[in-house]
Design a binder for this molecule. Structure first.
Ligand code: CO
Length: 140
């Protein structure tokens, strides 16, 4: 069926935090995950930190402005799991397909994520309120 090889793996789990500095010791020192670096994604008004878990990552998201979507999330829910990101090989194609199937999307076309990835979010109304990101790795 079409599901075969559509999503390649869990790319990362996004976790909203008030402070990456304060959250880092748990992931780095307690869980012992390899810290991969911090990056600001200006468009989304967040600072992100990545920790490696096998082929996947934990992505900590700290808002850089009060009107950041992550700031609004923290206000409403407090720190915690924010989104699940799946890696896809052809994001454009997946978005076209979802649109054709009437799946509600936040992003109807790819936008820039961290690490030169192309990303798009599915609308939480279409995914049982679990914010779902599709992401296509950039060319390194
Ligand atoms: Co993400």
């Amino acid at each position: 069926k079409r599901f075969i090889a559509m999503l390649k793996k869990i790319s990362h789990i996004g976790i909203a935090v008030t402070s990456i500095d304060e959250a880092t010791p748990f992931y780095r020192d307690v869980l012992g995950l390899e810290f991969e670096g911090v990056e600001v994604v200006a468009e989304q008004k967040v600072k992100v930190a990545f920790f490696v878990v096998g082929e996947s990552r934990i992505e900590l998201l700290e808002p850089t402005a009060v009107d950041s979507p992550v700031a609004r999330f923290l206000e409403k829910n407090g720190p915690g799991v924010h989104h699940v990101a799946y890696e896809v090989a052809d994001l454009e194609q997946r978005l076209k397909q979802f649109k054709a199937e009437g799946v509600r999307l936040i992003d109807e076309s790819p936008r820039m994520g961290a690490h030169k990835t192309q990303i798009a979010f599915v609308h939480p109304k279409a995914s049982g309120r679990v914010l779902t990101e599709l992401c296509q790795p950039g060319k390194h």
